[in-house]
Write a protein that binds this ligand. Structure first.
Ligand code: NAP
Ligand code: G4F
Length: 322
């Protein structure tokens, strides 16, 4: 029997990889899209006609109720969010309404219309913030360092609460940073990959950056969406850390990206206070042994391969002028 899935945030990085993955598994995929002055289908252009589009917004419960009524999903993946940490300081209320309260709206729509649907919440390693232990695992206490991290923490606990209160099959994936050529241009990996490519092609001559000492546990988004699906295929709902198990500095990221195009990053990078955050998450390093053991999930793309894949993609895009 064909399964159906409703994805919020389907136009984003993860949504596009997840939609591809589910379409390959013959799911009927419904994608929630919000109204924007100029529609942006860049990440899903190649599968746009295979997705059933539903107009709605995470801040509008009535639209989510309609989305669940129309899609009658077996699985709901709540990936929609204001996901850029830096924007969460100048826009803390919008971040809270979308990234925190949007989760309750989506859970309520499922509870009211189709409580048997399995629910995935996109939780984040940003919740660990000022880390209380290293490596971080499912039981590590949270200490968010941004309005985004605080909003995700609310989304995480409301998901756990709906599981415990209403016996819903609700899972929360605590995903560490994951990247790809489809990453938004403002995130550090894409910003660096694109700049290395543009400098190499003579289209740019400097790169303005913030804190180069921050350490992140970076993996490939295409690997991580498989973990989301695996969580919903289990007999019982639970929460899982998904990570690469390695940590690297932003400086190492610069080193690999610029080396790939035969340049020295030190000749181009300028530190600009504008990109330094009011409070930083200094170090993230995840322990995903639970996911490896129970879900059989594993990472396929390593850090260097990931960065080089992103630079290569930006070399091609910039050379074509896209
Ligand atoms: P992304 O590329 O920024 O995508 C975010 C998606 O949310 C976009 O499709 C966006 O739509 C949609 N959205 C924003 N506001 C919305 C609203 N009010 N109503 C409905 N949809 C809305 O993010 P991503 O990297 O794919 O991440 C997916 C999810 O995982 C997010 O919840 C993120 O916070 C979380 N997460 C990401 C990472 C990571 O490293 N990537 C790690 C942990 C957790 P538009 O296209 O219209 O903007
Ligand atoms: O790429 P970033 O903006 O990602 P960040 O803040 O770690 O958040 C991402 O991962 C989270 C999971 O841990 C997700 F939940 C979240 O939605 C998002 O996907 O920044 C990474 C690091 C930070 O420490 C930042 O201060 O890079 C540092 N950095 C240094 N210079 C910079 C820059 N970040 C950006 N975006 N731009 C810079 O110029």
């Amino acid at each position: 029997m064909t399964k159906s899935a409703l994805i919020t945030g389907v136009t984003g990085q993860d949504g596009s990889y997840l939609a591809e993955f589910l379409l390959e598994k013959k799911y009927k995929v419904y994608g929630l899209r919000r109204r924007t002055s100029t529609p942006n289908y860049e990440n899903v252009e190649h599968i746009k006609d295979q997705i059933e589009w539903i107009d709605g917004d995470l801040t509008d419960l009535s639209s989510l109720i309609r989305a669940v009524q129309e899609s009658q999903p077996d699985e709901v993946y709540n990936l929609g969010a204001q996901s850029f940490v830096a924007t969460s300081w100048p826009q803390p209320i919008a971040t809270g309404e979308i990234t925190a309260m949007g989760v309750t709206n989506m859970l309520e729509a499922v509870r009211i219309v189709k409580p048997s649907a399995k629910f995935y919440q996109a939780s984040s390693s940003e919740m660990f913030g000022k880390v209380q232990e290293t490596p971080q695992k499912e039981t590590t206490p949270f200490w968010p360092r941004s309005p985004y991290g605080a909003a995700k923490m609310y989304g995480h606990w409301i998901t756990v609460n709906y599981r415990e209160s209403f016996n819903m099959f609700a899972c929360s994936g605590i995903l560490f940073n994951h990247e790809s050529p489809r990453r938004g241009m403002e995130f550090v990996t894409r910003k660096v990959a694109n700049a290395a490519a543009r400098i190499k092609l003579g289209l740019q001559n400097e790169l303005r950056m913030g804190n180069l000492d921050a350490k992140r546990d970076w993996g490939f988004a295409g690997d991580y969406v498989k973990a989301m699906w695996l969580m919903l295929q289990q007999d019982t709902p639970d929460d899982y850390v998904i990570s690469s198990g390695e940590t690297h500095t932003v400086e190492e990221l610069l080193e690999i990206a610029f080396n790939y195009v035969g340049l020295n990053w030190r000749d181009y990078v300028v530190i600009d206070e504008k990109f330094v955050r009011p409070a930083e998450v200094d170090l993230l390093l995840g322990d995903c042994s639970k996911a490896k053991e129970r879900l059989g999930w594993k990472l396929e793309v390593g850090f260097k391969e990931l960065v080089e894949m992103m630079v290569e993609s930006d070399l091609n895009k910039n050379a074509k002028g896209s």
